[in-house]
Ligand binder design. Structure first.
Ligand SMILES: [Zn+2]
Length: 202
């Protein structure tokens, strides 16, 4: 990944566009079916066009988190139409859990971007499993995994926004707050309905 790509304001807007227009509609339907609020997308690095967007589908299988479900669908694409993972950007609405961190690694992506943090998932969205699994299974504190390592570099969109000049920073923060409100509404819907699902870790 070049430094230019990382600090490019248009990339931040593009990734927020994908969350708003490609992932959120799928998640809205997914939550109605009893699934969690997490989603993901894969884009081409070259022109930032969307390859695939997906949302959590744990009512089918607890393995289908937003990220792993996107990866499953990505590898179902016919090879001629599927770009190499090295040529793609990986976007997650929420910081990937340990399962998804490993899945992204095994699939050969050299990057991922995410909007909401593990702490947000636990506090704002009442899904404590990401942090609890890191602590119980891997004895890792919050933020305890390598955000940049030999396989990939991860980028918190909130941190990229904080590095922007002030007028743009305020605009993007307002945009993220708007998305946060929409995810909060979906989260309330999920939490109200989750008692009826048989997801092992609801
Ligand atoms: Zn996950």
């Amino acid at each position: 990944m070049s430094g230019d790509l990382v600090t490019d304001l248009s990339l931040i807007d593009r990734l927020l566009d994908v969350i708003e227009h490609d992932i959120l509609p799928l998640t809205t339907s997914g939550v109605r079916c009893g699934n969690k609020i997490f989603g993901a997308a894969i884009l081409r690095k070259s022109n930032r066009t969307l390859v695939i967007a997906e949302t959590n589908n744990e009512t089918e299988s607890p393995l289908w988190h937003g990220e792993t479900h996107a990866l499953k669908r990505f590898y179902e694409l016919a090879r001629p139409t599927r770009p190499a993972s090295r040529d793609c950007l990986f976007l997650a609405t929420h910081e990937p859990c340990s399962l998804c961190l490993s899945a992204i690694t095994w699939c050969g992506f050299d990057n991922f971007y995410y909007l909401f943090s593990h702490e947000d998932s636990g506090d704002a969205f009442a899904i404590p499993h990401d942090l609890k699994i890191l602590k119980e299974v891997f004895t890792l504190d919050p933020g305890g995994y390598n955000a940049k390592n030999a396989y990939w570099t991860s980028y918190a969109l909130v941190a990229l926004v904080a590095a922007q000049p002030l007028p743009e920073q305020a605009r993007l923060q307002a945009r993220i707050a708007g998305l946060g409100a929409r995810y909060q509404a979906l989260s309330r819907e999920y939490q109200l309905a989750k008692g009826r699902s048989d997801i092992p870790l609801p």
